[in-house]
Design a protein around this ligand. Structure first.
Ligand code: GYE
Length: 331
């Protein structure tokens, strides 16, 4: 049920000493229509995954479906996300949907949202807050499990026979749940397998440009022809940048050469995988809009939504892919 104007105003007066109205205040509301106002703070547009995730949200939270979506792109800066949340509080939105860039630093602003009586739903990544009741639900992926699928593939492809498995690791945005989970799975497995050598951990910030830059610099420091078995890229865009750097450095990507592993499995990565340049693509599903809407509908109906929801995900190797399958994917 939509909050009453009175309750919202009372809370706003308590929190800010201001008494403007609820969502209905926003310009352009069709007269008499009760739209549910959703303030959404998205990380940015750093990757194909992120773009697909934003599109999934925008497709669901439309006026025809009964929503007014206030969408803010934080351009990969936490301070922009905090500013956006404060603006949503002032605008007295009905719900705040937050895709947090990193896990820490959210306690005070989420406390402010709570004081204003606005439920916060986390999407994609998680926050690390002292009081977990500062968010009502989280909808995303189990990043550690994704990482485990990747390390299981490495273990199966490189059975321990004493020969070293040389791995270069390109990490995502440091401190983000996706980075922490995918990194932890690799680091733990590298400790457990004596033959695995983590040659380097490079910060690719989930972008193609950064991954290309750090991989190129790294290869320039290596002795010519130095053998690399696996490049573990924490998302597709990093894999594209790494492949470009590897090929420019004279490496061949694919079975028998460097095994590039990627996460997300968006269409461009699946195409590279089908061609054999990516050896393993671990799916991370960005189509979370419908799940977020179900959560909001549950809250509107006065129900308690599931606290954590994880999308179904799988892995892909070149032999499992066809053009028809890839064409049928929506992202
Ligand atoms: O893997 C990457 C994006 O948090 C799951 O962020 C998300 C990750 C995704 O930039 O492509």
């Amino acid at each position: 049920m939509k909050k009453t104007l009175l309750a919202v105003t009372a809370l706003a007066v308590m929190a800010f000493g201001s008494a403007c109205g609820a969502g209905q205040d926003l310009p352009g509301d069709p007269a008499g229509e009760e739209l549910v106002v959703v303030g959404m703070s998205q990380v940015g547009a750093e990757s194909d995954w992120r773009v697909a995730n934003s599109e999934s949200m925008k497709a669901v939270f439309t006026e025809e479906n009964g929503y007014r979506l206030l969408f803010e792109d934080a351009r990969q800066k936490q301070e922009n996300q905090i500013t956006a949340i404060r603006r949503f509080i002032q605008q007295q939105v009905d719900y705040i949907v937050l895709m947090p860039i990193s896990e820490t630093g959210w306690d005070s602003v989420l406390q402010e949202a709570r004081e204003a009586g606005i439920p916060v739903i986390l999407v994609d990544r998680m926050v690390d807050v002292e009081d977990e009741s500062l968010y009502v639900a989280h909808i995303g992926s189990d990043f550690w499990r994704e990482g485990e699928a990747a390390v299981d593939w490495i273990a199966g492809t490189y059975p321990d026979r004493g020969t070293p498995v040389r791995i270069v690791h390109i990490q995502g945005t440091l401190g983000s749940t996706a980075q922490l989970g995918r990194t932890a799975a690799l680091v733990e497995a590298a400790e457990a397998h004596e033959s695995w050598e983590l040659l380097a951990q490079l910060d690719g910030d989930f972008t193609q440009a950064k991954a290309y830059e750090v991989m190129t610099e790294y290869l320039e420091r290596l002795p010519a022809g130095y053998e690399i078995d696996v490049v573990y890229c924490e998302n597709d865009n990093e894999a594209f940048g790494a492949i470009q750097a590897l090929e420019e450095g004279g490496y061949i990507c694919g079975s028998g050469g460097v095994d590039v592993i990627t996460f997300d499995a968006t269409r461009n990565a699946l195409t590279e995988c089908m061609k054999g340049r990516i050896s393993l693509a671990v799916e991370c599903n960005p189509l979370l809009g419908p799940l977020v809407e179900e959560t909001i509908q549950a809250l509107e109906a006065g129900q308690t939504p599931e606290r954590h929801r994880y999308a179904e995900e799988r892995t892909f190797t070149p032999d499992q892919l066809t053009e028809a399958f890839i064409a049928g994917r929506t992202y």
